[in-house]
Design a protein around this ligand. Structure first.
Ligand SMILES: [Zn+2]
Length: 451
């Protein structure tokens, strides 16, 4: 009942006051997802051409980039043509923000200022216009419907930062969102979280994969079996296979992994577990050394947001590595498909022998070790990694040898492995737990700056 009123009365009123058109866009997306890949592609490219024309006419940074390269908007007609343009890096945004990279035909007061902490904690300011916000939430809500969630039903959101402004609280109340801040995760906060979920009986739980995993672990350790949401959506950080397994076992429901960044909604799993790209609203490229990757090869993710005319993101390097996929999904949607994200480029250790060790590799080593509570791998030099370990009283010398041997197998002979036993692992400013932090990986995978 509330769900109906919510969709027909409350939400439209909120939209009217905010100047968005989320529900209208959602309707469009509900239909377009069933179109053929060619139809979706044609729609996407017509939006791309409009965005390019607008950016050239109204955004100084893009105008000067086109001029410098001797390009005109008419030279960018297709997704392939985007390769003629340089990558947009976070450094370029910081350098050109705000005047050169926002549209001169959009009054600043029509734009919403956002900040992303990013995985490395360096803040990145950017603007979103109303159209971008409308498409963003429409894309998001379409993905939630895949997970079986209808607007207006109860849900719980786990986050790291507080939702404490009156406007946020009002939106949460209207949207029937119980907000739960889990920036510190220990037995006390996890117990509170579980109590909250038990009392509120949400249809959906949404949070960072690592948070939901730790909640699942708490349920298991405490033999709690009565928490049963209809579905769980993970977002923000890596959903490792062992995370998914424990979460699905303990919550007795399916996990839908969502992927996005910098307020751009990129992909979600459908009922069949396939990661579909929201291609009506973004163009996603996977590149390596300035060339598109071969099928199934991992590449740097570049995203073009087709809606944000206030501050266009064209070929934005989001900092993740992922693989494209040619797979046709059984669900019948015409939306393109990608494999899951391999990791952030800063999440990959590059060894002197040229081996790549992704976060999964380490996750796999540690997942079965009952004697390690937490770990983190840090690579600051090319020939050495530091493995921070929070051990418990079950830890033995044999375990230390096992860790070194297991890492050695993937790393090769020339990497020094230094185990460092610590009391705890500090939470970075972005708040996300990260298994691997590698400056070397970041440098290795960064494309050459194109200024
Ligand atoms: Zn599908």
């Amino acid at each position: 009942m509330y769900s109906k009123i919510y969709r027909s009365v409350i939400f439209p009123l909120a939209e009217f006051s905010q100047g968005t058109h989320i529900l209208k866009t959602l309707e469009l997306l509900e239909d377009s997802q069933w179109r053929t890949p060619d139809e979706i592609r044609a729609f996407q490219e017509s939006r791309l051409r409009e965005l390019i024309q607008h950016s050239y006419t109204n955004v100084p940074y893009y105008r000067s980039t086109f001029d410098r390269l001797g390009l005109k908007p008419a030279d960018i007609n297709s997704v392939e043509d985007l390769q003629k343009l340089p990558v947009l890096t976070k450094d370029i945004i910081r350098r050109e923000f705000p005047d050169n990279i926002t549209a001169q035909d959009t009054p600043r007061k029509r734009l919403t200022l956002c900040h992303s902490g990013g995985s490395t904690g360096e803040p990145l300011p950017y603007y979103q216009d109303r159209q971008a916000i409308s498409w963003r939430f429409a894309c998001l809500f379409r993905f939630w419907r895949w997970a079986g969630y209808e607007l207006g039903k109860r849900w719980i959101r786990l986050d790291l930062i507080a939702h404490d402004t009156p406007a946020q609280k009002m939106m949460d109340a209207l949207g029937r969102c119980k907000f739960f801040r889990l920036s510190r995760m220990n037995q006390d906060t996890l117990r509170l979280g579980v109590e909250k979920i038990r009392k509120y009986k949400p249809q959906l739980i949404r949070g960072y994969a690592s948070q939901v995993f730790l909640l699942a672990k708490y349920l298991k350790d405490n033999h709690i079996t009565d928490i049963e949401p209809a579905s769980i959506i993970t977002t923000g950080d890596m959903l490792f296979p062992h995370y998914r397994q424990l979460i699905e076992e303990q919550f007795h429901c399916a996990v839908f992994d969502n992927y996005g960044g910098n307020s751009i909604v990129i992909s979600s799993q459908c009922e069949w577990g396939t990661h579909h790209i929201a291609a009506e609203n973004i163009v996603l490229e996977f590149v390596k050394d300035d060339r598109p990757v071969k099928p199934a090869e991992a590449g740097t993710v570049l995203v073009t947001d087709l809606s944000n005319y206030g501050m266009p993101f064209i070929r934005f390097r989001i900092g993740d590595l992922a693989r494209p996929s040619q797979e046709k999904c059984k669900c019948g949607r015409g939306l393109p498909v990608m494999s899951s994200v391999v990791g952030r480029d800063t999440d990959i250790v590059v060894t002197p022998d040229g081996n790549y060790l992704v976060a999964y590799f380490f996750g796999h080593i540690f997942e079965s070790m009952m004697s390690v509570d937490q770990f983190q791998v840090v690579q600051e030099a090319e020939d050495e990694i530091e493995v921070k370990i929070v051990k418990n009283n079950k830890f033995s010398n044999q375990d230390a040898r096992y860790i070194e041997d297991a890492i050695r197998q993937g790393a090769g002979e020339r990497l020094k492995i230094r185990l460092n036993f610590v009391k705890d692992i500090p939470v970075p400013r972005s708040g996300k737990i990260r298994l691997v932090i590698s400056e070397i990986g970041k440098r290795h995978f960064a494309p050459a700056e194109q200024d």
